[in-house]
Ligand binder design. Sequence first.
Ligand SMILES: CCN(CC)CCN(C[C@]12C[C@](c3ccc(C(F)(F)F)cc3)(C1)C2)C(=O)Cn1c(SCc2ccc(F)cc2)nc(=O)c2c1C=CC2
Length: 402
Amino acid sequence: MGNACSNHLGIPPAKGPYAVGCTDFMMDHTAQGSFFRLYYPCQETEKAEKPDWVPCKEYFNGLADFMKINRTLSEKIFNYLFGSFKIPAYLDAPFKSNGKCPVVIFSHGLGAFRTLYSAICAELASRGFIVASVEHRDQSASATYYFREKTESEMANDNVPKTSASAQDSMIREWIYYRVLQHGESEFPLRNKQVKQRADECILALDRLTQINSGRPVQNVLQTKFDCTTLENSMDLCRIAAMGHSFGGATVVEALCKEVKFKCGVALDAWMFPLDDEIFARVKQPIFFINSEKFQWAGNISRMKKLDSASIQRKMITIRGTVHQSFPDFTFLTGNWIGKLMKLKGEIDPEIAIDLSNKATLAFLQRHLGLEANFNQWDPLIDGQDENLIPGTNVTVLQSAI
Ligand SMILES: CCN(CC)CCN(C[C@]12C[C@](c3ccc(C(F)(F)F)cc3)(C1)C2)C(=O)Cn1c(SCc2ccc(F)cc2)nc(=O)c2c1C=CC2
């Protein structure tokens, strides 16, 4: 059953002209460092294998904590349901592009982590973007890790001979799990602090990419086979956007406010709660809100509308028949009835929904990053002109609430 049903299920392959490479990058090794999964246009290589979608079991444990279900039981279920899926990209494949690539920094949602939006990130990479999907250490991720040096005693009782000890052997992996809101703890102070840290982590990821692009030596603490020097002069650092899902959508608004290098933002089903009221007047860049039909509510939409501006382009569309989970990869990985039961799928075919979201995103990025591609063919989607799109929102917002 497991393998049979997973044959027709899987993360949809990217549709753009480029093959997609994927690698992980962490620098430095501490919890204050930058950790992201990089998706990029690569050389066609049949020999490279595709990376595991969920890199290790601790992520499933974190997901169980997030969903308040038992760890041992859920680890078996998750492994059975999702253990065999691969990402539609070639692990550590050599970078290839004719010309400088625009850059997108992607921020995941509450309880998610860096690998769960590969359908979106791989699609952008197949269209010529370099995409860094950040893994946040603000305790909003289901799980994440960093490294600390081994103590003398830990080194002592190692059986690794000192001679062969590599950087990795002198380091211990430390896990940070999802921080559950304590009983009676008010949510806003936590989420507000987290959204600020998340924005800083997006800016730090951009700084690391800038370092890699300049050819200055970088030290990736993860010993991948990917050679970062092949990315020298590969990025167009005048064409940078921020993108994110849910909590990651709020992170987009916060990051745009803090860093003008982000020329525009795309917020997928943004959760606006963590943001300070006074931020809305301070954001100067164009923002595209792509919403699901089922997740949004009046209070959340009215905060998005606070960003409406006569001079700065702010757009909003809603994809019919979608739910909050229509954006992360889970929506492709279960059969219909499990998917609908767990609210991982809406009424619309998940591939049609993500295709609309991706094409609308590409059109918006071409318009506001000044790309010379053909993504403007999808301009009508930015205005919600499609049978599966609603211009603006389906949610009624009282005029007084705006
Ligand atoms: C009871 C837990 N309670 C926690 C506060 C609410 C939990 N919840 C609804 C969920 C996530 C759900 C999920 C995942 C994954 C499977 C699986 F089975 F496929 F693995 C199933 C069921 C459980 C749908 C959300 O938090 C929704 N949400 C999300 S979901 C982002 C996400 C998380 C984990 C993923 F694997 C993929 C995507 N990101 C946000 O930024 C925000 C919200 C709400 C406000 C802000």
